[in-house]
Design a protein around this ligand. Structure first.
Ligand SMILES: Cc1ncc(COP(=O)(O)O)c(C=O)c1O
Length: 391
């Protein structure tokens, strides 16, 4: 027993009673582990199945053998390899920005870059940054704002007239302005209107910060995402469609120089290791040419939405490879996920507090290797499980 165990027990018990207790379950990467019971993965973010692509595995192992298992120190000490810089140049080109920087994870990038940017407002205007943030932004963005000590001014999800009214309301306040949103929302699979956001940011002299975690690799020209050089800062991850781990920010050269000097998650954290650099480098080589895979992914998502919607099952405002089946009640969402598991699909129920109260759901994340038959079976399985519950 530790000093706090009785408090932990009390709080966890409450979550358990509410049906929101989080626990860990081991799974297999079924594309990698041929011994495992075959499941169709509609849960992970491996949208293009790159986590097991031979080129990623090969380059990751080659670079580990050539350059070592670890980067040995932070980038500013002696951790910068030429490979870090080459990959950063590749990302800058891919995202049509002047420069880019690597981070160990997307969470770390948002959690440390946002506070660094907020500091700029204090030094330039002696007033806190006014951060206008979409209500459904990812937890790492909220964490970045909390770490900066700023209170977010949150606009209704994807409601740009609400955003504009808040910018107007705050117009007389001192401080720099920043708008933060995702380009594809992780739990809803809908998209932000990037060009409209760009115009609003321009009109109100706000810095546009865009999280492209779920768009990178999957959407836009050559899979480079929805904002190619449009936002002031584009952040994205290698942990989803790009199949491995890590993240980037891209923007002007001066922005990146500033982040090198002021983002604590960049300065005080060990550099990304060679094996990971190898996997990232290989994914960046493959992604621009994966048109067929992207086409199949989006065709599958359209089919799934159509089949579910025809059966009166809502998929919200999804227009991407992320298709939510909004169920509402947490226990019901868990039971549908369990039912799907029994039918051979790996799918997870997402419950509050990850999503707003009353919107527990299956978050179906489609992969490019799924067939039309897989999608039809999935839709029928969901329709059957949802109907069983109603009757
Ligand atoms: C929108 C968004 N941003 C950031 C992250 C964090 O990325 P990572 O998993 O690389 O830490 C996620 C992860 O789920 C995400 O969905």
């Amino acid at each position: 027993m530790t000093l706090f165990d009785s408090y932990f027990a009390e709080i966890l018990q409450k979550r358990s009673q509410e049906g929101t207790l989080r626990t860990l379950h081991s799974t297999h990467n079924h594309s990698a582990d041929k011994q495992a019971t075959p499941f169709i993965d509609v849960s992970s973010n491996d949208y293009l199945n790159l986590s097991c692509h031979p080129l990623l595995k090969q380059r990751a192992s080659e670079w580990a053998l050539k350059y070592g298992a670890g980067a040995r120190s932070s980038r500013l000490v002696s951790g910068t390899l030429i490979q870090h810089q080459n990959i950063e140049a590749k990302i800058a080109l891919f995202k049509k920005h002047e420069a880019a920087l690597l981070f160990a994870s997307g969470w770390q990038a948002n959690a440390s870059v946002i506070p660094a940017l907020c500091k700029l407002s204090l030094t330039q205007t002696h007033a806190p940054m006014l951060v206008f943030s979409d209500k459904l932004n990812h937890a790492s963005i909220h964490h970045g704002c909390a770490a900066a000590g700023v209170r977010q001014i949150r606009f209704r999800h994807n409601d740009l007239s609400h955003l504009e009214s808040l910018l107007k309301r705050e117009a007389s306040k001192p401080g720099l302005r920043m708008i933060i949103t995702e380009s594809v929302f992780s739990m809803d699979g809908d998209r932000a209107d990037i060009l409209a956001l760009r115009k609003i940011a321009h009109d109100y002299q706000a810095f546009l910060y865009l999280d492209e975690a779920h768009a990178t690799g999957v959407l836009g020209e050559n899979g480079a995402g929805l904002s190619q050089g449009v936002a002031d800062l584009t952040m994205g991850t290698f942990s989803k469609a790009l199949g491995s781990m890590g993240a980037y920010i891209a923007g002007s050269k001066l922005l990146c120089d500033y982040i090198i000097n002021y983002a604590s998650g960049f300065i005080y954290s060990t550099a990304v290791p060679p094996a990971l650099l190898g996997a990232i480098d290989a994914a960046l080589d493959l992604i621009p040419h994966m048109h067929k895979e992207r086409h199949n992914l989006h065709k599958n998502a359209d089919l799934l939405r159509r089949l579910l919607n025809e059966a009166d099952i809502s998929t919200g405002l999804s227009t991407t490879q992320i298709v939510p089946v909004i169920i509402g009640d947490s226990e019901h969402a868990l039971s549908v996920a369990r039912g799907l598991h029994q039918k051979g699909f790996m799918s997870i129920a997402i419950r509050p507090p990850t999503v707003p109260t009353g919107t527990a759901r299956l978050r179906l994340a489609l992969h490019s290797n799924l067939t039309e038959n897989n999608i039809t079976q999935l839709a029928h399985a969901i329709i059957q499980l949802m109907t069983e519950k109603k009757s």
